[in-house]
Design a binder for this molecule. Structure first.
Ligand code: PNS
Length: 167
């Protein structure tokens, strides 16, 4: 069975992430959303538990049952390659939005392969309509009361609205 891990902060999940994971499911037997517990970035808008719950909700609401049923949602701390080993995954999935993503993604892919030569990274080009999306911009727009409903799944929009009352 071909298992892939899709690691990230997912703070919050965007339509771009959903696009990548559904396309990855067309290639792999199972895909594991791996939510990093302590992202190095600024203060997370959602706790790990909320991020996990929102992803599960979004998958159940937005994907056919056959697709959602082949996606697991888990958290991890530490190295992505260690999580991959624990899950029996030989592939890491990442999305590429633009050239600007390439350099850091290339570095991570090489580094992960150095750490474990049995783990390869597979990239999906973000769909054009999602190529401008990023979790950090969504977070910033939502924090200032902007409308992000076109950028995130309804499950995320609901949680953001509950957290930012002016939305
Ligand atoms: O969504 P993000 O923040 O771009 O995801 C980055 C992530 C989680 C994939 C990356 O920071 C990561 O893999 N972190 C786990 C620690 C690790 O394995 N570091 C070495 C990467 S070469």
């Amino acid at each position: 069975m071909k298992i892939a891990v899709y690691p990230g902060s997912f703070d919050p999940l965007t339509n771009g992430h959903l696009d990548v994971v559904t396309r990855a499911v067309a290639v792999f037997d199972r895909v594991v959303f791996a939510v990093l517990v302590n992202p190095r970035k600024a203060e997370p808008i959602f706790s790990t538990d909320v991020r996990l719950a929102v992803i599960r909700e979004a998958l159940d609401e937005s994907c056919p049952a056959e697709v959602a049923g082949r996606i697991d949602v888990e958290s991890f701390d530490g190295l992505t390659v260690d999580f991959c080993r624990r899950r029996g995954a030989h592939f890491v999935v990442r999305g590429l939005r633009a050239i600007s993503d390439f350099e850091s993604e290339l570095q991570m892919a090489h580094m992960n392969r150095k750490l474990d030569p049995d783990i390869d990274t597979v990239f999906f080009m973000s769909a054009l309509e999602h190529s401008y999306l990023s979790s950090s911009l969504v977070k910033e727009i939502a924090t200032f009361g902007g409308d992000v409903t076109q950028m995130v799944p309804p499950a995320v929009a609901r949680r953001l609205a509950a957290r930012v009352p002016s939305l």
